[in-house]
Each structure stands twice: as structure tokens, then as C-alpha cells.
Write a new protein. Structure first.
Length: 278
């Protein structure tokens, strides 16, 4: 065999081998793969801390696991670091301040010291993106700062069982500008709050459940009132999204785009500079 033919044959074998390695790696579920892409980036653009509670109700943990997978996959292209924790006890302010955003999946800071660290983080330019029960609070929560931060009163009622909902977008915000005027959000349990975030002049509501849905629910029925489900309190670098119950949250491309836009917007407002401009 001539030398150049041998080299071409060797190259072909190597190419096949590298394709099969890439394929084998890609087929591993991201959840089981700690060595995800951002770990190889020499200079990750930013760091995000995600927390969830593995002991929460089953439908919340279902969402949490899918959300972890969703956000981890987003690190592949942009080279950012996602740390996942089941407790904020290990994150005093000195550690929290290194993160551009804290993503709370159906979980909130636990005891006094965790709450104080989170307050200090948010009051000093921290970023937050919270889903569903991460904002759940009632008269037993005893955390007045948290309601000022959310920009609304405590939990008031919800629809049950989880259902899809026609939602209307306020398209005058970077998070929603690329979304349609309305779309059907996948099935979820949605919370209503009293007083509503709409009553707070510092709050910008981005998505609401359409009043065409009323009466909304079968066992627990919401019959009236405005029904904001995504908003930001402009006094903080925060965004709350009420989705987060069950295993259907990531089946809709429009809603997935909303989640991506939300993350990018919170992070892009980082007082240390927009990491996406790096
Ligand atoms: Zn729920």
C-alpha cells in the first residue's frame, strides 16, 4: 500500500473513532455528567447557583430535575458555570456574592442566617430567578423583607388540578419582547397573591393568566381577579416565574424561550457588567 493511501486510511479510522466518542458522550444524560462543558471553558462568562429541595413534594421535584437538566444544557454554548446545591446553608454572603444569579427552584433560604445572607446578597446587587414555590409564603413564614422583595402579598389561592393556561404577555420588556402576545402555557398549578403584584408601582408584570380562563380549576377554582404569573420588582435584579409544578414545564418552545430570556436578562443586568458582552 502506498504511503499516502495508508495515511488516508488512518485518518478515516481516526475520524470514525472520534465521531463515536462524541456520540457516546452526547448520549450520556447531562444530569449524570458532572464534567459538563462549562468546566472546560478557560474563562466561564459568569457563575450561577441553583438550589432545590430533594424532599419537596413529588411534582415539585419532578420540575426541579428537569429544570436542572435544562439549565445545565444552556451552559454548553455560552460557557458559564452552574453550581447546584440542595441547601443554602453552605452559602454565606461571602460565597453568594461571587454568583451573578441564584436560581431558586421551589426552594427558599431556610433559617435566619440563610435569610440574612440572601437579603444582603440581593440588597447589594445580587441576581435572582425564582420558580413556583420559591415564592410561596403565608402568615407562618414570618419574613416581611421577602414580601417587600417579591413586591406582593402572601399566597392567596391556586387552581387545582394543574392545567394548561392561556397567558398574555406584556411585550414591552426585554424578557418578553420576542414572545407572542399570548400563548398556551403547559399544565401547572398557578398561584394568585393578595395584594396582587399589579398593585405595587415598583413591579413590572410580564405575563398574566388570561381572564378568559375563568373559572380556572376544577377542585380549587380561581374565579376572578388579575392573575400575574411572571414579574420583576424593579427595585431588585430579580424575576419571578410561577411555573414549576409537574413534568410538563419544558414541553413548550415559547415557554422555554421565556426561561432563557429571563436568565439572560437577569444576568445581563449584573452591576459588574454584562457577561454576554465579553
Ligand atoms: Zn405546586
Amino acid at each position: 500500500m502506498k504511503t499516502h493511501l495508508r495515511i488516508r486510511l488512518l485518518l478515516a479510522v481516526l475520524t470514525c473513532l472520534s465521531y463515536s466518542l462524541v456520540e457516546a458522550k452526547a448520549s450520556r444524560p447531562a444530569e449524570e455528567n458532572d464534567e459538563y462543558a462549562a468546566n472546560y471553558a478557560s474563562q466561564p462568562r459568569f457563575r450561577a447557583l441553583l438550589h432545590y429541595e430533594p424532599g419537596a413534594e413529588e411534582a415539585h421535584v419532578q420540575f426541579d430535575k428537569q429544570a436542572i437538566n435544562f439549565f445545565r444544557r444552556l451552559t454548553y454554548g455560552d460557557g458559564w458555570t452552574l453550581d447546584v446545591t440542595t441547601s443554602l446553608a453552605d452559602y454565606p454572603y461571602e460565597r453568594l456574592k461571587d454568583y451573578s444569579v441564584v436560581i431558586s427552584l421551589n426552594a427558599m433560604p431556610g433559617g435566619k442566617s440563610q435569610r440574612e445572607a440572601f437579603e444582603k446578597y440581593m440588597e447589594n446587587g445580587g441576581g435572582w430567578m425564582g420558580f413556583h414555590a420559591s415564592a410561596y409564603n403565608d402568615r407562618n413564614t414570618n419574613w416581611p423583607w421577602f414580601n417587600r422583595f417579591l413586591g406582593c402579598g402572601p399566597f392567596y389561592c391556586n387552581n387545582w388540578p394543574p392545567q394548561p393556561a392561556l397567558v398574555e404577555c406584556n411585550q414591552e420588556h426585554p424578557v418578553t419582547v420576542s414572545l407572542p402576545q399570548s400563548f398556551v402555557a403547559p399544565a401547572s398549578e398557578f398561584y394568585q397573591w393578595k395584594p396582587s403584584p399589579n398593585e405595587n408601582p415598583d413591579v413590572e408584570v410580564l405575563l398574566s393568566i388570561s381572564q378568559k380562563m375563568y373559572p380556572f380549576g376544577l377542585k380549587d377554582v380561581v374565579k376572578w381577579g388579575d392573575f400575574p404569573i411572571v414579574w420583576t420588582n424593579t427595585k431588585y435584579r430579580m424575576l419571578y416565574l410561577n411555573m414549576g409544578h409537574g413534568d410538563e414545564a419544558f414541553i413548550d418552545a415559547t415557554q422555554n424561550l421565556l426561561f432563557v430570556n429571563a436568565l439572560r436578562w437577569v444576568v445581563s443586568q449584573d452591576p459588574h457588567g454584562d457577561p454576554f458582552q465579553k
